[in-house]
Design a protein around this ligand. Structure first.
Ligand SMILES: *Cc1c(COP(=O)(O)O)cnc(C)c1O
Length: 230
């Protein structure tokens, strides 16, 4: 099942890139494997997938230990400051930085390990109350503050769009995130390059690609529905 799904998603990505006049090499598919067993990640790995997204620190660490070391791990979930130290040096990109205090903690741990940690700023574009992320109006200010910290490098922005039946409804939010990144880029802030947009999930990644996504985060579309046990 994973292999068929993975190919279907890859083909849809190619089609969207073609439609938007983009090079498919500029879009990376992140397989969001949260709650899924390592065996399924191995299936995706065998098909060439090297980017996996997880939203819980412990689960990410467990999978990191078990799987090949050429995988790029993406922390896409809300990150607590007291857990930052466990993932520094293991994750390639933290998508969910939305406060100065979290960034300061990342900076501190990065310096201890003599590393530079790449991050995205999570923006709550749709202003959903249930979601984490900084609001659009405060993003530039937060970017400026984080940019001055050592050991941390801002690579772009991330957003989680609302859950909708018609992905076209989310086009406005993806376009808004792109505009925001262009706007901040034009300010030429030292240490800031807004080239990466992480946006689009199973229900709306094709629209996100048309609006400029560099990273799409697809879980259900590859691994099937998640069952949460409480
Ligand atoms: C779970 C999750 C995804 C993947 O969602 P699907 O709808 O299953 O594709 C993407 N991004 C984030 C931040 C998530 O938590």
């Amino acid at each position: 099942m994973v292999s068929e799904n993975f190919r279907t998603v890859q083909e849809a990505i190619s089609a969207s890139c073609h439609k938007a006049g983009r090079n498919s090499a500029d879009v990376t598919l992140i397989a969001v494997s949260k709650t899924k067993p390592v065996s399924m990640l191995r299936e995706a790995y065998a098909l060439g997938c090297r980017d996996f997204g997880e939203n819980k620190v412990q689960e990410l660490l467990d999978k990191y230990e078990e799987l090949p070391k050429d995988i790029r791990w993406h922390m896409i979930g809300h990150l607590q400051r007291n857990k930052v130290k466990y993932i520094i040096g293991k994750v390639d990109l933290i998508h969910s930085v939305d406060s100065l205090r979290l960034a300061q903690e990342i900076s501190k741990e990065a310096l201890k390990k003599k590393l530079t940690v790449a991050v995205l700023i999570e923006v709550n574009v749709a202003k959903e109350e249930s979601k984490f992320g900084v609001c659009v109006e405060e993003t530039e200010n937060l970017v400026r503050q984080i940019a001055s910290l050592p050991g941390i490098l801002i690579k772009g922005l991330m957003t989680i769009a609302p859950y909708v039946d018609n992905p076209e409804e989310n086009r406005q939010y993806f376009a808004k995130l792109r505009e925001l990144s262009v706007d901040i880029n034009s300010k030429n802030i030292d240490n800031v390059n807004m080239s990466v947009l992480s946006m689009g999930m199973t229900g709306d990644y094709t629209v996100a690609i048309e609006e400029g996504a560099a990273l799409v985060r697809v879980g259900t579309g590859i691994f099937g529905e998640r069952k949460y046990v409480s």
